[in-house]
Ligand binder design. Structure first.
Ligand code: EPU
Length: 294
């Protein structure tokens, strides 16, 4: 029986570019939108049954998809319930980080203000331990609910179990652990003060980062004690173009899609930045973004 018969609403040959903030990438052989925890698990089980490689897609914001696409099943995580309990909020993996922030703010719950203007989903933010201004999502996590493919069970991971680090977590290292939801604990503050901080953070990022362009956010992690953007700037690479891709003139750690960039254009600039920073400073830049289909 073909997988189409078992997984209702699965689509074939879907272009992935519109599902990424870079707006780059070829087609997925199979594409399935999972609206609930149950559907996520169902899709993962079908992928196993049909020996299909799978990829969990959140908001597509920290991601470069190859022009060749992906010869497997992309599972777009779209379970998005958010529920508040006193000063905690439980958010499903497919909820937008922005929605979580809005609900927290409106409830007078503080701690996530640094995320103002950051795209992506709760699941994606947990997986990559998203952060800004010296803070990260790990600071708020009480526990994370995951589906463990290897044992086919749902488990609760405490903050400690998540092994959070700078843009790292156990979920990034172990593909068998798929995030279903997270519980976050906040401090209380006035909506006015929370809004003020959100505005300040957003203004800073708007001034320093090309938020108005298609990009994948910061390409590289900051090497300890350095800013990757500054290192790239010192190599005179800001504004450097390859095809439709360009190292942002505003921030050296962003590559922007001017409209018709290919994944190869972006890869060229990534390689160039790594080579030049290594040559000039002896520092190895490590990518923060994820790659699919390479
Ligand atoms: N700088 C330059 N040239 C550049 C870029 C930056 O001189 O081209 C300087 C800035 O002027 C500043 C310093 O480098 O003095 C740091 O820059 P910025 O404040 O923009 O922060 P960043 O270290 O480049 C980090 C995170 C961002 C986050 C900001 C704000 C990483 C890799 N990046 O950037 O996160 O928004 O701090 O807190 O950790 C992301 O992860 O996708 C991301 C964009």
């Amino acid at each position: 029986m073909p997988i189409e018969k078992e997984l209702k609403n699965i689509k074939k040959d879907v272009s992935l570019a519109p599902f990424t903030t870079f707006k780059i990438g070829g087609r997925a052989k199979y594409f399935f939108v999972a609206h609930s925890q149950q559907q996520i698990i169902e899709a993962l089980e079908q992928a196993q049954k049909y020996h299909l490689p799978f990829f969990i897609l959140g908001g597509g914001s920290n991601l470069l998809v190859s022009d060749k696409g992906f010869d497997g099943l992309v599972i777009k995580i779209q379970n998005s319930k958010i529920e508040r309990k006193d000063s905690s909020i439980i958010a499903e993996a497919g909820a937008n980080l922005a929605q979580l922030l809005t609900i927290a703010k409106n409830s007078g719950l503080s701690g996530l203000e640094w995320a103002a203007g950051i795209p992506g989903t709760v699941g994606g933010a947990l997986r990559g331990n998203s952060g800004a201004f010296g803070k990260s999502i790990a600071d708020l996590v009480k526990n994370v609910r995951v589906f463990d493919i290897s044992t086919r069970t749902i488990k609760n991971y405490s903050t400690k179990d998540c092994l959070f680090g700078y843009r790292e977590s156990i979920f990034k290292k172990n593909k068998e652990l798929v995030i279903l939801s997270g519980e976050f604990v906040f401090d209380r503050d006035s909506i006015y003060e929370i809004e003020k901080r959100m505005k300040r953070y957003l203004e800073y990022r708007k001034a320093k980062q090309p938020l108005e362009c298609f990009s994948a956010g910061c390409i590289f992690k900051n090497p300890e004690g350095f800013s990757a953007g500054k290192l790239i700037e010192k190599c005179s690479l800001k504004g450097k173009r390859k095809g439709g891709a360009q190292i942002s003139k505003k921030h050296g750690n962003f590559i922007i899609n001017l409209g018709n960039a290919t994944s190869q254009d972006v890869m060229f600039l990534i390689t160039l930045a790594k080579e030049e920073v290594k040559r000039k400073f002896g520092i190895e830049l490590e990518e923060e973004i994820e790659f699919l289909g390479f």
